[in-house]
Write a protein that binds this ligand. Sequence first.
Ligand code: ADP
Length: 454
Amino acid sequence: MTKKVLIANRGEIALRAVRACKEIGLKTVGVYSSGDKDLKHLRFVDESVCIGPANPTESYLNIPSIISAAELTGTDAIYPGYGFLAENFEFAEKCEASGFKFIGPSPDVIKKMGDKISAKNEAEKAGIPIVPGFKNKIPKDEKKLFNIANEIGYPIMIKASAGGGGRGMRVVRNENELIDGLAITMKEALSAFGSDVVYLEKYIENPRHIEVQVVGDGKGNAIHLGTRDCSIQRRNQKIIEEAPATGLNEKELEQVLSSCINLCEKLSYEGAGTIEFLYKDGKFFFIEMNARIQVEHPVTEMISMFDIVKAQLKIALDMDIKLDQNKVTFRGHAIECRINAEDPLEFKPCPGKIIKMHPPGGFGIRFDSHIYSGYVVPPYYDSLLAKIITTTNKRESCIRRMKNALDEFFVEGIETNHSLHSKILNDQTFRDNNHHINYLESDLIKRIKNESGI
Ligand code: ADP
């Protein structure tokens, strides 16, 4: 019998999932909040169910409501996408307890990798290089604490074990800051994440962000789909990503890739995942694993021709798929620009009605987006409007193709970060691949503001 998948998400990733389901003959159920009834993917699903008011805590984060929608529609499996409940082990548990297959890793693995200290321990056991630091209980004795800190060496980052989304971390540069920083971070962590457990990490100054895409079959086999460089970030969030990451230390990379597979095999990892690293002076340092699909997955798809979302569905639904590293090949280069409904330099969200828009097109251009002329961008959710992905043989021509794509693309009615993307693509440091994770905010944006007298 045809299986039915409920897509517990919205926006571009919901549309991406519907497309993949249709391609492999799965029936689809869309869920939406009352503020979201005009979402594009709802026009292509077989059924749709309203799961609550616009406020996400009452709809996309409302587990009983999503489970009821699944029951009502006779769903077989639930696709979480990214954000919302995608890495919530209790949601995964409740799906399974109610008889629905959760499309992703087991609740146990999500829990293990969701806690930063436990994830670091798992990574270390698999032979993955981690950021040096201290992850045992922070001693009360100041002298002991200072000794530990001196051994790590300042600057140090204090991080909440339960933290996420760029929150729950603080850089300290001396003993005084360490004492104050610990108290503040623990207090903040307790109120934001319900746990005051923190750990210490060497603060790596101006690294690149490199990540490895992995896919596991849940039975102990796993493959990697190479690397991505996501070093163009603002407020610890990526806005441009590319695949593969270029100019890496090949010997270290080989080691890292094989230990990533080792980690997935040890965890019997199921579905898609991303292992994230900071990279500095030829060395990789694990920071976390995201047990879900990532926004930037298309750049990997474009250079490997491996459909990651289809693989997630097929693995979860026991459809015919065999993961074989020898069959994975890479060709060319791909870049993604995230177009957000936000002020390009201050990043303030700018929701509202899109009066008119035109997508880019042509050879080697992919446009993953749920927006259309007349669509009203609601104020309640993430500001991502569209992902433009270009693919060519080489990084340089890929940047040129992206510039053309951006020139063709317009959105009228609301403000977007379109102009910032054009400036980044024209920037020599970015073009020479000499940027790092702080470059955009600490350097380029300041220069743009100076030049325009802001
Ligand atoms: P989150 O789960 O909140 O995204 P991460 O551990 O992935 O937290 O860190 C988010 C970002 O914070 C990283 O991409 C990087 O920019 C910065 N960061 C984290 N750890 C360090 C570190 N040890 N040194 C320097 N920067 C760091």
